[in-house]
Each structure stands twice: as structure tokens, then as C-alpha cells.
Design a binder for this molecule. Structure first.
Ligand code: ARG
Ligand code: ZN
Ligand code: CA
Length: 329
């Protein structure tokens, strides 16, 4: 709405002001030439030049309007405390619980434990942060400045025994639950069972679409008794994807995750590897960062995001990012 108003305003302003600008510019130029180097008044023609360019180029005009609306959003976000002065963004979370048995109808306490884990892992306040090897301590993300706040829990009984990764849980029409305003709320679906899959996520190109969000099997949601996936890090990993992180091995042999401070590695890791783990990608023999949340190790063996990953997540949540709609309103 605001964006539309602004666009209309910009157009009318230009229509009203453009006539005669050419003449004015030429006039000033002539004046300068005749008066030699003795400029008596400062003249900055930038806005005049811009006005004419915008009036004659609708692409440029669209870019101008887009920049202004993003700037306006950032300032409004700051003013309303949706983005804190230090850049911290707080994301409102909706947990959709789909249960068949009463055990699958997980408790509020279990949900709270997952939110707490997300805030610790993304805030760099996780209890095992001191396990980060010194080689990687210098590139650890610390506080990513992304926080999570539980907005509501939506519980729904279903007859489905086991879910597949086909998004059926995200539609009321297929015995699931429609997403709650996915452009403005981070939706999590907690389901009873997904076979061998612990969880899966959509990436930011899906921002605001009906299926946008993360699915986690209830057994692995929050702090549970289900070692080795008992510390809520399935959600930490999937939220990483939701905020545009790729697997640390780039889903290929020595492929890239587009993050400089996560060394290239040949493949995923499982279990509880011990540091160092040497991996010869591109001829450089140094340890890989298997303790990164975006690897496949056990919950107890993953305890860091890198600074480069933090930058990617901030890029996607800031005012011009695909997930800029995620704010506490
Ligand atoms: N999507 C992955 C899976 O289903 C998540 C792995 C998360 N790893 C973990 N230790 N919780 O296997
Ligand atoms: Zn993954
Ligand atoms: Ca990397």
C-alpha cells in the first residue's frame, strides 16, 4: 500500500516538475561559461539531471521507487523496533503441530525448548560453543543477530500415520494445515513421522509461498530423549536452509556452499568425528569444519555457524532481502 502510494507520488511529482528543465540546465551552463571561473553560487544539478532521466526511462523509475520503498521499510522497521539498533532481527514463529497419537501432540515445553535452542545456536550462546577448535574460533559467527519468538501454536489432529516430503502437511486439503501468513511468519510443521527424514526446508526463493517453511519430525523437535538427534539441531540445520545456507559440502564432491570460511570438503560427515579431519580438496590439506550445523553429524557434534554463513543469513533477512517480511508487527 505504502509502496503504491509512493510510486504514484513520485510519478506526479515528476510530471509536474519536468517541463522546462532542459532550458534551465542549458541556461546555467551558459552562465558558467560567460562568467569564467568566478562561481558565486553553488549549483548541484544531480536532482535536475535525475528528474529528466527518470521521466524518460521507466526502468530507472522502477528502480528508484524500489530503492525508496526498501529504504522506507528499513527506517520504519528501526523505528518500530522490528530491527534493533544493532541490526538484530526477531522472527515470529508459528508452530503447526499435526498429531495422530497423543505422544505426537508434543507439549508446550518441548516447543519452548526448540525455540530456546534456536536462540542459543543462532545467538552463539549454545552451551557447547567452547568446543569450537581454535582454528575455527576466529571465523565462528558468534551472535548472528537473528532471533526467534514463538507467536502461536496451531494444533490439529490428523489420521495420517507417516508423512512424505511432498508438502502434504502444508495443506488443509491433504489432511495437513495451511501455512499461517508465510510472508510474515516463519512456519514450522511438526509431524509424527517422516520415515528416515528428520526434517526439510524451503529456501528463500519460496519466501511467502503456500509451502514456505520447515518440517520437522516431532521426535527430533526440541530437547528430546532421541539421541543422537536429541538437542534440537535438526531445526537449527533446517532454519539454516530457510535463511539461505547450503550444505557445507555444497552437495557435491568438493563443491561450494558459497561461503569462504567453511573449507571445501569432499562429502557430508556423520556421527561424532574428532578434530582434525583432513580432507584434500583443491590440494590444500587442512581440517574440514565438520562441527558446522550445515553438516550431517550428530546433534552433540555440531556447534557452530561461520561468520560467512552469518553474512548470508543477514543478507536474506535485511530490508532488501527475500525474507524482509519476517518481522514482529
Ligand atoms: N535433513 C537432514 C535429515 O533429515 C537434517 C539433518 C540434521 N542433522 C542433525 N544432526 N540433526 O537427515
Ligand atoms: Zn540439509
Ligand atoms: Ca565453503
Amino acid at each position: 500500500m505504502k509502496k503504491l502510494l509512493f510510486g504514484a507520488f513520485a510519478l506526479s511529482m515528476l510530471a509536474a516538475c519536468n517541463v522546462g528543465e532542459d532550458h534551465l540546465l542549458n541556461q546555467e551552463q551558459t552562465d558558467d561559461l560567460t562568467s569564467g571561473s568566478s562561481v558565486t553560487q553553488r549549483v548541484c544539478p544531480s536532482e535536475d539531471i535525475r528528474k529528466e532521466a527518470l521521466a524518460n526511462n521507466s526502468d530507472l523509475m522502477a528502480r528508484f521507487v524500489d530503492n525508496e520503498s526498501k529504504t522506507e521499510k528499513f527506517i520504519e522497521d528501526l523505528k518500530m523496533g522490528r530491527v534493533l539498533a544493532d541490526g538484530t532481527v526477531e522472527i515470529p514463529v508459528v508452530v503447526n503441530v499435526l498429531y495422530r497419537t497423543s505422544a505426537e501432540n508434543i507439549s508446550d515445553a518441548q516447543i519452548a525448548s526448540q525455540i530456546a535452542t534456536l536462540n542459543n545456536d543462532f545467538g552463539g550462546t549454545n552451551a557447547d560453543v567452547n568446543k569450537i577448535p581454535s582454528e575455527f574460533a576466529s571465523v565462528a559467527a558468534g551472535d548472528t543477530k537473528i532471533k526467534f519468538r514463538l507467536d502461536r501454536v496451531i494444533r490439529k489432529s490428523t489420521t495420517v500415520r507417516s508423512w512424505r516430503t511432498n508438502d502434504a502437511m502444508k495443506k488443509t486439503s491433504s489432511k495437513g494445515q495451511d501455512a499461517f501468513k508465510p510472508a510474515n511468519y516463519f512456519n514450522i510443521w511438526v509431524v509424527g513421522d517422516m520415515g528416515g527424514v528428520l526434517g526439510y526446508a524451503t529456501f528463500p526463493e519460496s519466501a511467502g509461498l503456500w509451502n514456505d517453511g520447515v518440517v520437522i519430525a516431532g521426535k527430533y523437535f526440541g530437547t528430546t530423549a532421541n539421541a543422537p538427534y536429541n538437542l534440537g539441531r535438526t531445526a537449527t540445520h533446517e532454519v539454516g536452509h530457510y535463511l539461505n545456507l547450503r550444505h557445507i559440502w555444497g552437495d557435491g564432491n568438493c563443491a561450494t556452499d558459497y561461503v569462504d570460511d567453511t573449507p571445501t570438503q569432499q562429502d557430508k560427515n556423520f556421527g561424532k568425528p574428532t578434530y582434525p579431519q583432513y580432507d584434500l580438496c583443491g590440494g590444500v590439506n587442512r581440517s574440514i569444519q565438520f562441527m558446522n550445523y550445515m553438516d550431517y553429524v550428530d546433534d552433540a557434534a555440531m556447534y557452530m555457524f561461520s561468520a560467512g554463513q552469518k553474512s548470508r543469513m543477514q543478507a536474506i533477512t535485511n530490508a532488501s532481502g527475500a525474507r524482509s517480511g519476517l518481522r514482529i508487527y
